[in-house]
Design a protein around this ligand. Structure first.
Ligand SMILES: Cc1cc2nc3c(=O)[nH]c(=O)nc-3n(C[C@H](O)[C@H](O)[C@H](O)COP(=O)(O)O)c2cc1C
Length: 183
């Protein structure tokens, strides 16, 4: 089982990174082949809507760090999307990454992503579930559209400072157990 974790926080070692690492601890223990992709270290532009990828056999018109990631996504069984809530949405680097999935929506691209599983990890400062909902809806609708199955989420509210997650062992335990369950 190949699991690729897409780290979408610009803040290295923050709450979503820590939750993701805990899930990956469990996944490695359960025998998954794990890869981490930290979007903050890459240059990925948003889609420019040129439709080039819809012309038979053509690649994305933008040649940047996303070029190699298309193969990474296609070669994964599980895609883990890890992003804090930024203004009730994913971070800009995560949104740019997802925008480039247009290539998976064309007829030749659909089989490359259809049937894969996904996990969402998020953290945010406000209390209660509401602040994450618009972002979760975006993911749910996009997964449905692409034929990707959302297997679970790890959601942590009330987290502002970088290490605030250390006060939520229950969230880290849920992440670890979810990782362990992936085989
Ligand atoms: C630009 C920006 C926008 C944010 N927007 C929200 C928001 O809309 N709602 C919220 O509850 N927290 C918001 N936050 C707080 C972060 O979601 C929170 O600090 C989170 O724990 C950061 O995750 P990280 O440590 O993995 O980077 C925002 C933070 C930043 C920097």
């Amino acid at each position: 089982m190949k699991l690729t974790a897409i780290l979408g926080s610009p803040r290295a070692g923050g709450n979503t990174d820590t939750i993701t690492s805990r899930l990956l601890d469990g996944a490695i223990e359960s025998g998954c082949d794990v890869e981490r992709v930290a979007l903050r270290n890459l240059k990925i532009r948003g889609c420019i809507g040129c439709d080039r990828c819809w012309q038979n056999g053509k690649k994305c018109a933008i040649d940047d760090d996303m070029t190699a990631l298309y193969d990474t996504v296609a070669g994964s069984d599980i895609l883990l999307f890890s992003t804090p809530v930024y203004w009730y949405a994913p971070t800009a680097i995560m949104k740019a990454f997802i925008d480039r999935f247009v290539i998976f929506n064309r007829p030749l691209g659909k089989p490359l992503i259809e049937g894969k599983s996904a996990i969402i990890i998020t953290a945010y400062e406000e209390g209660g579930p509401g602040a994450a909902e618009p972002m979760l809806d975006m993911f749910r609708l996009s997964f449905d559209y692409l034929g990707v199955k959302l297997i679970d989420t790890v959601i942590a509210d009330g987290l502002g400072p970088k290490d605030a997650i250390s006060g939520k062992p229950d969230v880290l335990e849920k992440a670890y157990k979810l990782g362990l369950s992936l085989r």
